[in-house]
Design a protein around this ligand. Structure first.
Ligand code: JJW
Length: 448
């Protein structure tokens, strides 16, 4: 029985995000976000679900932290709801919002769990959307001001900061594909927004350095792997464009100070251009301390004209799929980590999300989610392989601690190690929870 051993220094963790778990949508002076608006507009979210109550973690965080402690995680990734801090996006600070996060972070620290804080996990204040949202450069300054306040408030308490979560989702999924808030379908708009997100990241990093904050800062792009169907150049090129949308487009500006030529050319073919201002790339490309990587899926693909944006046709080669329909593709996790190392060097990496949607329910007080355990085992094996290949992995944080509001999919799609009954809000630890707890305690994995 082979054993996969993890380095003692590697941090184990779990991740969530504010709108997906907190609830308390109208409490303690919280402003509205684009996800309140979007989810309350019929037709956007399955079953008409919204985040008004979610897991009610705003009120139940002590119980949640109790579970984290029992689980043995060393790091917990959460996000701050910008409209709890600035109900109008800028201007007036809402003290009660700040106090909530102080109580929460203090409670984590009291249990010896390191907080990793995401500043933007998709809940843009609606007041800023009303003024153009991420399409406006002013939003990048509002973000930097909000980030600065958080750095000051939590200096010395929070030592790991993530500026933007999944900039591809925030730009292209939300403004071109249109399935996430604010739900636009405009490729030029989405591309402009992708640049503004990187700019907002850069401006926040500047504030972090100016304040001489303690700790580390990075961002968390989501990646997919596209494996060429054959070694034909056209298949390879199509896959490279597909991945380039997630990887080079969001990494090159930060690590190389330029946008990738092959992607700029392709966007130009689609009638889309990028307008940069003097100094933008300098702001974007300043050094960061780590990168967060979110990985869930990959696929085999080949060239096909007029197929999706990048002439890339995904081929179903009979994968196992999770209950959200995503392929289980652990090989891609290994490959994508090696690609990041090859192209961008030895930057420290936290896996800020990896996990699976399986909707197994409670039976006699138990949840038998063996498929989640298999998914996690396979991906942890890929992670170990990447470390053997020299990828600089600092931590692994699974998505998610709790079943929660899965955006446009609502509450139907469950990613948690802990089951949540969304009527009673009762938490039930799944088999994967107990498996993860044992794996963390061991520091190794047994492959049967
Ligand atoms: C792509 C759907 C058409 C979250 C996507 C839909 C339509 C071509 C999970 N990561 O809940 C990607 N998540 O909050 C952050 N990541 O396309 C955290 N990406 O495509 C998790 C959804 C996603 C997606 C969902």
């Amino acid at each position: 029985m082979p054993i996969i051993q993890f380095p003692h220094e590697m941090k184990w963790g779990a991740a969530t995000a504010a709108y997906q778990i907190e609830g308390a949508a109208h409490e303690d002076g919280r402003g509205q976000s684009i996800w309140d608006t979007f989810s309350h507009t019929p037709g956007h979210v399955k079953n008409g679900d919204n985040g008004d109550v979610a897991c009610d973690s705003y009120h139940r965080y002590e119980e949640d932290i109790e579970m984290m402690k029992d689980l043995g995680i060393e790091m917990y990734r959460f996000s701050v709801s910008w409209p709890r801090i600035f109900p109008d996006g800028t201007g007036e600070i809402n003290e009660e919002g700040l106090q909530f996060y102080h109580r929460f972070v203090d409670a984590l620290l009291a249990q010896g769990i390191e907080p990793m804080c995401t500043l933007y996990h998709w809940d843009l204040p609606q007041a800023l959307q009303d003024k153009g949202g991420w399409a406006s450069r002013e939003t990048t300054d509002a973000f930097a001001d909000y980030a600065e306040l958080m750095f000051q408030e939590f200096n010395g308490k929070i030592k790991h900061w993530i500026t933007i979560n999944e900039p591809w989702c925030v730009s292209f999924l939300s403004n071109f594909i249109g399935v996430h808030a604010p739900g636009n379908q405009d490729l030029q708009l989405a591309t402009t927004i992708s640049h503004h997100l990187l700019l907002a990241h850069g401006k926040a990093v500047t504030r972090f350095r100016e304040l001489e904050s303690t700790g580390e800062i990075g961002y968390a792009p989501n990646l997919e792997w596209n494996e060429p169907f054959s070694d034909k150049q056209e298949d390879i090129d199509a896959c490279n464009r597909g991945m380039g949308w997630f990887i080079e487009w969001f990494f090159d500006p930060v690590f190389k100070g330029s946008y990738p030529e092959f992607m700029l050319n392709w966007f130009e073919k689609k009638g889309v251009s990028l307008t940069l201002e003097e100094g933008d790339l300098k702001l974007i490309s300043q050094p960061i301390d780590f990168i967060g990587i979110n990985y869930y899926t990959g696929s085999v693909g080949r060239y096909k004209e007029n197929e999706e944006l990048f002439d890339l046709e995904k081929i179903d080669i009979g994968y196992n799929k999770t209950d959200i329909g995503w392929n289980v593709y652990p090989e891609g996790f290994y490959k994508v980590l090696c690609k990041v190392k090859d192209q961008y060097g030895d930057i420290p990496i936290y896996i800020t999300e990896n996990g699976a949607c399986y909707n197994d329910g409670v039976e006699y007080g138990e949840v038998h989610d063996q498929r989640r355990i298999e998914y996690l085992k396979q991906h942890l094996t890929s992670l170990s392989r990447s470390m053997e290949a020299g990828v600089n992995i600092k931590g692994y944080l699974t998505w998610s601690l709790l079943d929660n509001f899965e955006w446009a999919e609502g509450y139907e799609k469950r990613f948690g190690l802990v089951h949540v009954n969304f009527r009673t809000l009762e938490r039930t630890k799944k088999d994967s929870y107990y498996w993860y707890k044992q794996t963390i305690a061991n520091g190794w994995l047994e492959m049967k």
